[in-house]
Design a protein around this ligand. Structure first.
Ligand code: NAD
Length: 484
């Protein structure tokens, strides 16, 4: 049950210099509860001028933040993690309110998202370099790592907390200042996080949050400002490609976490019960609105009927409803546009001859709900096999050989997550090596871990977030030539 005081306690201004302020033109925009369609709050709508003020604040404190002792930076990050834990109910409540996922999943995101701050608090004190003798005998080679500088983070709506902390954690640990441009559907969680960082003692100006409805203009203006040094983006491949092109002008460091089209392969020697549970987790979690979501379920034809029947029964047991209601395991989609996009993909596949095992339509109730759906026999070439579905729709395709399964898995421009189920150890190592993806789950349907590098290959992105690799994205390498 939402604490009535929660929404009034969340800052709804643009967060700059440690305080919330109105937009320079006084503009505000609505944040909508996707479970009802009702307006939850209005938020200040940052203009290019406001974003430029945020960058000026970041630039002003960048030198002092860069030389703040790593231990102090670590303690602020750790304190922020502790406050998130203390306020876990508020964060979970807010995530469910503005994004819609079931409350238990929101709690999962709070734990996962918060953990990036603890993880990078621990990494902040381990930024190293090296000193070696030049092989020629001509002096010594000193290699150091320095913060990249003022960073812009652009985040999506599907994990309103975690997609922010995955960037803020390593940026602050490395000594970078950061401006976050949250998704317009879900700015409240990031604004509450800004308040948490202020409470944790983060110096003013180090973190800004600029909600805006004018993302292309605001992001474009910051990226062409020569004072910005890096952009870290999580979102669709289409927007990511635009930002990569824009980043050329100022030769920005870029981290790109883009779309996926994850294959989920079930071999004939798999534990079918485990594979069904894994498929439900990989497909239905977050309403299917995850970049790591299983987009294409590839099943050996010898077990296809058995697997499909079991998966269908499991999907039929899913309870759809508002994320705050007891027993609900599938919430709404984020907005009407997303629901309609999912509807269109399914309708086209069905019109082309796909078989609907269950679901197949929007739910007739307020909010933006879509039925959990299972399709099979989708004709090759259907958009639903190539595009990121981003909804609770499982699509099964059959295969006859391991080679065919791997070819199908790799037959996409994307390469973010991939999953497969087998009990054969040789096959496991063979297939894991052959799959073109940044992350591979072997006999598991959930793989994200703050201690592991998260990232994709091909059109799924550039760079890694999380793990000991994540902080490198925010550090420049400097070589210092010493005479002795
Ligand atoms: P999106 O690309 O539409 O938007 C992402 C962010 O970019 C938002 O903050 C948005 O306001 C901003 N934006 C949109 N157009 C812009 C432009 N022209 N210039 C600058 N900024 C712009 O994506 P979305 O719908 O919010 O999120 C879903 C997508 O994110 C999916 O494709 C999903 O796979 C991807 N995603 C990837 C990861 C990952 O780590 N690889 C994680 C989560 C989501």
């Amino acid at each position: 049950m939402t604490d009535p005081a929660l929404l009034s306690a969340v800052p709804t201004g643009i967060w700059i210099g440690g305080a919330a302020r109105e937009a320079s033109n006084g503009g505000r925009f609505d944040v909508v509860n996707p479970a009802t369609g009702d307006v939850l709050a209005t938020v200040a709508d940052a203009t290019v001028a406001d974003a430029t003020v945020a960058l000026t604040a970041a630039v002003a404190v960048q030198p002092s933040w860069a030389v703040t002792p790593p231990r102090e930076r670590a303690e602020i990050l750790r304190r922020a993690w502790e406050i998130i834990r203390e306020r876990a109910d508020d964060f979970a409540d807010l995530i469910t309110l503005e994004m819609g996922k079931p409350l238990a999943e929101s709690h999962g995101e709070v734990a996962y998202g918060g953990e990036f701050l603890r993880w990078f608090a621990e990494e902040a004190v381990r930024i190293g370099g090296r000193l070696t003798a030049a092989p020629s005998g001509n002096g010594r080679i000193l290699v150091t790592r320095e913060p990249v500088g003022p960073t812009l983070a652009v985040t999506p709506w599907n994990f309103p907390l975690a997609m922010g902390t995955r960037k803020i954690g390593p940026a602050l640990a490395a000594g970078c200042t950061i401006i976050v441009k949250p998704a317009e559907d879900t700015p409240l969680t990031m604004l509450l996080l800004a308040q948490v960082f202020a409470d944790a003692g983060l110096p003013d100006g180090v973190l800004s949050v600029v909600p805006t409805r004018s993302a292309p203009a605001v992001v474009g203006a910051l990226m062409t400002d020569r004072r910005l040094r890096k952009v870290s983006f999580t979102g669709s491949t289409a927007v990511g490609k635009k930002l990569i092109a824009q980043s050329a002008e100022q030769v920005l460091r870029t981290s790109m976490e883009l779309g996926g089209n994850a294959p989920f392969i079930v071999f004939d020697d798999a534990d079918i019960g485990a594979a069904v549970e894994g498929a439900v987790a990989a497909k239905m979690r977050n309403g299917g609105q995850a970049c790591t979501a299983a987009n294409r379920i590839l099943v050996d034809n010898r077990i296809r009927d058995e697997f499909t029947t079991a998966l269908c029964a499991r999907i039929d047991a899913i309870t759809v409803g508002p994320g705050h209601d007891d027993g609900v395991s599938l919430g709404p989609l984020i907005n009407a546009r997303q629901r309609d996009a999912v509807s269109t993909l399914v309708d086209e596949a069905v019109a082309a001859g796909a078989r609907v095992y269950t679901g197949g339509a929007a739910v007739d109730r307020p909010g933006f709900f879509y039925q959990p759906t299972l399709l099979d026999e989708v004709p090759a070439g259907s958009s639903i096999l190539d595009e990121e579905i981003f909804g609770p729709v499982a699509v099964i395709t059959g295969f006859d050989t391991e080679t065919e399964a791997i070819e199908a898995a790799n037959g996409t421009d994307h390469g973010l997550a991939a999953y497969f189920y087998t009990r054969d150890l040789d096959r496991a190592s063979r297939v894991a090596a052959a799959i073109e993806a940044g992350m591979v789950g072997v006999n598991r349907g959930m793989i994200s871990d703050p201690a592991a590098p998260f990232g994709g290959v091909k059109h799924s992105g550039l760079g890694s977030e999380g793990g000991s690799e994540g902080i490198d994205e925010y550090l420049n390498i400097k070589y210092i030539a010493l005479t002795s």
